[in-house]
Design a protein around this ligand. Sequence first.
Ligand SMILES: [Cu+2]
Length: 354
Amino acid sequence: MKYRTKDETNIDFFAFSSALRASTCALNAVTNTSKFPPVKYRSRFWTLRSVKSPDDDVSMGGMKQYQGKLLTIKIKGTQTSTVIPTSLPAKQSFVSDFRNLTEDEVTGRFVIEVGPDLTLNRERFQSNTNFRFVANLNAVQEWYMINTAPFAHPIHIHVNNFQVISYNNYTGPIGATVMGNKVFFDQNKQQCDRQYENFPNSEQAMLPDYEYNQWLKYRGHAQRWRDMESHPNGNLGYSPSGIFQDVILVPPFSNITIRFQTDRFIGTVVIHCHILYHEDHGMMMVTKIVPAGAKTTGAHIKSGDAYPGQCSKCDPFPFNQVVGECSGSRRKHFNIIILVTGVLATFILFIVTE
Ligand SMILES: [Cu+2]
């Protein structure tokens, strides 16, 4: 989407996801005032148009992109001098830069998985007490948003604005519809052993080549995001590093890291897709913030036996933490013990029978 004057002079470039709040737009406008032309050159008619670019298909996935006029601003009356602020108001105390934290400074980690069937973390919304994660107050959170589906979804987190840290290479599950079932595959077309709660794992589905190749084109968001400045087209919906938002477009087959601090509010926090049709069909879940020092146990993090983001039962959750009985090192040790025990048993059996 581009800002254009009536005579189609391109004066600035903003990328809007479908549900970015006006506050974010205003913030961008203030920070970009140096790019606007002097007042004397401004037209009395301003038109805001949505300009579609085929390059944006990668970040938007199957989402429809409107092309045409969004609004017209007509300026009337006599000209007065207007002072446009050149700087933003001072940040609130809890809004600090979280981009260069150490591991120890992050106290809570969680994964929001956008599914191929209007689900979040592999379930539709169940109730306002079905907490999928519990965080302490005044704790720095590092969350990962992944999209296993070929559509982009604007995900909105209530209460605390979050800082965009990075777009990362996508290594997670590929969610596809096969024979009417939603099935997760890994990056090598193998069916994941972590599926939907009620998915019959015995049913081996195949991911057709054409479908797999179709999904592959959506990967590479990390590089496209890094190249945003130098490539003005084809980056619709990406958010620059470091800005604070409460909604972020999660592109198809993408992996985004965000951080924020839980501030003042204790209670239920809603997370949902901001496409109302999706939200109304269950693409919503709740988390909870409890006082500092209170227990954060009891959350319903898993769906069935799977953590969000998992393909193999040995995949870590979140991405940099190992949980459950299937940690990589313990698994390897277990396998080595089995192997050594087997060799010894065979050797003893051989001695005895001799
Ligand atoms: Cu959605």
